[in-house]
Design a protein around this ligand. Structure first.
Ligand code: GUN
Length: 295
């Protein structure tokens, strides 16, 4: 029987725990604040940012949103980030990716104060993760770690294959899977668009994390019986005249073989959002010195 890993349910538990932390902090006069910044007219990015703001409201985090005109000079974005760095009411700063062409991505990520970098994209925070001393864990891989824990998937000593090498998911996910200090301790392979015979790798895997950004890329013949499959993809495809949301995994055929699988939607997506709230209260707690019991 395949276990469908319920990201909505696990995320709800995390949000409940975050709400308690917010209450503790607010009672001592510290209202956690998350600033989102959007310099883009991409409708998907607009939707993601408004969902993050709605999540904040639900758990009592003060959501602050700043729109920067997507035709404005890049300096306007850098200045906005610096202003938010200096704002004591803001504990987390998130600039929604992807960035418009005139913006230097590396500069944006370096400009966000590391202690407010709730995405964990600043090189100092990437370095801390790699060094085994994370300030924040990046939201998607952290969410995946929690999903695996929620269904008692043991990663230690297992073969994990990550498909995709992005800065947001693939690289930190692989790091957390193989590292001892992050709890993974798995033998971890990172595959990507140039991997020869991808299926030979994924078939060996006890755990497959599909983060390639390609619709239904991982098919049933590419996985082994009893594996655990985590689908990070969110792809909109046109099918029979309708627009449909699919992951990077061909769900039905992979689910037939998998012991456990995350659905799309309702798997990784809600966890990414929940872990952003988690990082925001963590930032507020660290900044204020008020201890909270993180969920
Ligand atoms: N765009 C897509 N995912 C993310 C994310 O996790 N953080 C930011 N800042 N932008 C994104």
């Amino acid at each position: 029987m395949t276990e469908v890993i319920d990201g909505n349910a696990v995320a709800e538990e995390i949000r409940a725990g975050v709400s308690d932390c917010v209450e503790t902090l607010t009672d001592t006069g510290v209202k956690p604040g998350l600033a989102t910044v959007l310099m883009s007219d991409d409708p998907a990015s607009e939707t993601y940012v408004s969902m993050k703001q709605r999540d904040c409201e639900e758990v009592g985090i003060e959501g602050i949103h700043v729109d920067v005109d997507n035709d404005a000079p890049a300096e306007e974005l850098y200045d906005t980030v610096e202003r938010l760095n200096d704002d004591d009411d803001v504990h987390g700063v998130l600039v929604q990716k992807p960035f418009v062409d005139q913006v230097d991505e590396r500069r944006v990520l370096r400009t966000i104060a590391p202690e407010k970098d709730v995405d964990a994209f600043h090189p100092a925070n990437v370095g801390r993760l790699v060094a085994g001393d994370p300030r924040f864990k990046p939201c998607t891989p952290h969410g995946i770690q929690r999903l695996l824990e929620s269904v008692d998937v043991e990663t230690e000593g297992k073969e994990a294959v990550v498909v995709g090498r992005s800065d947001i998911v693939g690289k930190p996910m692989a790091n957390m899977l193989f590292s001892k200090s992050a709890g993974g301790n798995a033998t971890t392979t990172v595959c990507h668009s140039r991997t020869e015979d991808l299926a030979a790798h994924t078939r060996r895997a006890d755990i497959v994390v599909a983060a390639a950004g390609r619709p239904e890329f991982i098919t049933g013949d590419m996985v082994s019986e009893g594996c655990v499959v985590v689908d990070v993809g969110i792809n909109r495809v046109e099918r029979d005249g309708d627009s449909e949301l699919v992951g990077d995994v061909a769900y039905d055929e992979v689910a037939e073989k998998a012991a456990a699988i995350t659905p799309v939607p309702g798997g990784v997506g809600p966890m990414t959002r929940a872990m952003l709230l988690y990082n925001t209260v963590k930032a507020a707690s660290a900044e204020s010195g008020v201890d909270v019991e993180l969920p």
